[in-house]
Design a binder for this molecule. Structure first.
Ligand SMILES: [Fe+2]
Ligand SMILES: [Fe+2]
Length: 268
């Protein structure tokens, strides 16, 4: 990890488990009160021992490889490769298995002061899972999921990519807690069709996180060019001027901004 005052660059290669969050202590480079990031790197499917909910955090499961099976709100969701699930605070959920080897990112936003509440011990946990999956997996997960409780997005669907998917204003899923965009661009021509010219700017409140999943991107940060290679993450704190300079193609990545509610974007 390269730690600078103006940015932090994380090498996520080979990392498994929770990587960034409040539990790492304020004096460590992996501390963040805003953002909890975890990752599995081609792990076999697993099963949570119990249903649980979060008191404060929205949780996101972003599946990049393999298939992850999750019960949310008594609905069984198969998260296939290149799909994501958002779980609102207070909504019971559990990972119950999957298929293949799973590479995924887990995020909790905001992360500080969140408590994980585990459902009281129930003897027939396995039986409940069996019943829900029997009826649920055969049906569309999009059908019943209450938007106040969660959201499933297929990232192979063109309308979900190369734009803000989650956040405020004109987005598929509205929340005041953060913005999220999944980027998948095959060529420079495709990029030119989608995005506007990025100007040097800074955020008054938000921290911005740039992920690279495939190939690389270059971001101009304050006075230098920072290359974010494959499976790296760049963190840009509030107040630091930045601008996306270039991508190498085919590019795949994601951008997250949090918090967003009182943020102002100022041109430098
Ligand atoms: Fe959770
Ligand atoms: Fe920005």
């Amino acid at each position: 990890m390269i730690l600078m005052t103006d940015y932090e660059l994380y090498n996520l290669n080979e990392m498994n488990g929770w990587i960034i969050g409040p539990e790492f202590g304020i004096n460590t480079p992996y501390y963040s009160s805003l953002f909890n990031l975890g990752r599995t790197n081609y792990l076999s499917p697993w099963k949570d021992p119990m249903f649980h909910y979060h008191t404060k955090s929205i949780e996101i499961y972003l599946v990049l490889h393999g298939e992850l099976w999750i019960i949310i709100d008594e609905i069984a969701v198969k998260l296939k490769e290149k799909s994501m699930l958002l779980v609102q605070p207070g909504v019971f959920h559990a990972v119950i298995g999957g298929k293949g080897t799973i590479q995924h990112l887990g995020m909790k936003i905001p992360s500080k002061e969140d408590k994980k509440i585990i459902k009281e011990k129930i003897d027939d946990y396995e039986k409940i899972i069996e019943n829900i999956t029997k009826s649920g997996f055969n049906q569309s997960p999009y059908r019943q999921l209450d938007p106040n409780h969660g959201f499933v997005a297929d990232l192979k669907d063109e309308s979900n990519i190369n734009c803000w998917l989650i956040g405020l204003w004109d987005v598929q899923y509205e929340t005041e807690k953060f913005c999220f965009a999944y980027i998948n661009l095959e060529t420079l021509e495709e990029k030119n069709d989608h995005s506007h010219q990025d100007h040097l700017h800074y955020h008054t409140e938000s921290t911005e996180w740039y992920f690279t999943f495939k190939n690389s991107q270059e971001i101009f940060v304050k006075d230098k060019i920072v290359k974010v290679p494959e499976r790296y993450l760049l963190k840009i704190p509030k107040g630091v001027p930045h601008k996306q300079l270039s991508l190498s193609f085919p590019f795949e990545g994601a951008t997250i901004r949090t918090p967003i509610l009182d943020d102002k974007i100022k041109l430098n």
